[in-house]
Design a protein around this ligand. Structure first.
Ligand code: SF4
Ligand SMILES: [Zn+2]
Ligand SMILES: [Zn+2]
Length: 314
């Protein structure tokens, strides 16, 4: 097949629009979309620092490479790569290596923050202490906490994540299916600044996962191509399958879910404006409650550990 724009051999067929694109036009297409999205999410006046949550995977590596490219000639705006080490021995160390190498290549600072230091436990320990739980139900809040803490430590004005279109459509459907309209209204990207919380931006939120993968391959971005050993137990997997099926049957569904959500968002936010945040009574982190979710989970781990110790000594 030939590229619809120049006639060169096509590398990708965008099923949802029917367009065939060659390598150069595909890369250009992705870059333009991401740049537009990035610009709509940030207000850069110079002097800002943007932290990028980098797992070493394709999404966050592509985010880092693209932001570095967009900001190449923009003096005064700095990027900092931040990797959260969840403590998953069979998976995370390789991801850290990829993130470190990419940061070195892009000439940006790289920091690592481990759950061992924020939670006090590696995820490999958490799954032993609470074998019944879905690991991501711990890991999600712990990661949000660690990423925010790392972003604050590097004085970041924004923290960018690699969330792609598939992830975004899944999150919207998950919140709808749970009837969690407040959470739906408060999904990123964040438009307001709240004390203690670094606003999250998501430059890839309109790029399908497959296109992120292809972009990374075609532009020579090396990334860690592996899946977390605990991912199969995640609830998100069901929604991944649902979104995949909907898109197969009706190309363009993911874009429609996210664009439809964006049109609804002002209405939802009028009903549920950003909640006033308190400092968690335990750790001082931002929370809508008295105690933050990460502290609640830390308490739960401590209780389970005590119960295990008592059991083993009785
Ligand atoms: S899949 Fe779940 S357990 Fe694994 S890194 Fe992601 S959130 Fe953590
Ligand atoms: Zn072309
Ligand atoms: Zn707390």
């Amino acid at each position: 097949m030939a590229c619809d724009r120049c006639g060169a051999p096509a590398v990708e067929w965008l099923r949802y629009s029917g367009e065939h694109l060659c390598r150069a036009h595909f890369l250009d297409f992705v870059e333009r979309r991401v740049k537009r999205e990035f610009r709509s999410q940030v207000d850069l006046r110079g002097g800002e620092r943007i932290a990028i949550g980098m797992s070493g995977g394709k999404d966050s590596s592509t985010t880092a490479a693209l932001l570095a490219k967009f900001l190449e000639n923009r003096r005064g705006v700095e990027l900092v790569g931040v990797t959260i080490d969840e403590g998953i021995a069979s998976y995370r160390p390789q991801g850290i290596d990829y993130a470190r190498r990419l940061c070195a290549r892009l000439g940006i600072e790289h920091r690592i923050l481990a759950y061992a230091d924020t939670v006090g436990h590696a995820m490999d320990e958490v799954v032993v202490v609470d074998p019944e739980a879905i690991p991501c139900s711990y890991c999600g809040p712990f990661r949000r906490e660690a990423l925010n803490r790392a972003a604050r430590e590097v004085d970041a004005d924004y923290v960018a994540t690699g969330l792609n279109l598939d992830d975004t459509a899944q999150s919207i459907l998950m919140n709808v299916a749970r009837g969690d309209i407040e959470k739906l209204a408060r999904m990123g990207p964040h438009e307001t600044r709240q004390p203690g919380l670094v606003p999250r931006i998501q430059p890839l939120r309109m790029i399908p996962e497959k296109e992120v993968y292809l972009y990374a391959l075609l532009s020579g971005i090396e990334f860690h191509d592996a899946t977390c050993p605990y991912a199969e137990r995640a609830q998100r997997g069901r929604f991944r399958d649902i979104v995949h099926r909907l898109e197969e049957e009706s190309p363009g569904t993911r874009h429609a879910i996210v664009s439809g959500y964006d049109r609804m968002r002002p209405l939802l936010q009028a009903k549920f404006p950003p909640a006033a945040l308190n400092a968690c009574a335990r750790c001082g982190g931002p929370t809508v409650n008295e105690i933050c979710k990460a502290c609640e989970l830390r308490d739960r781990i401590a209780r389970l550990e005590t119960a295990r110790e008592l059991e083993s000594t009785s």
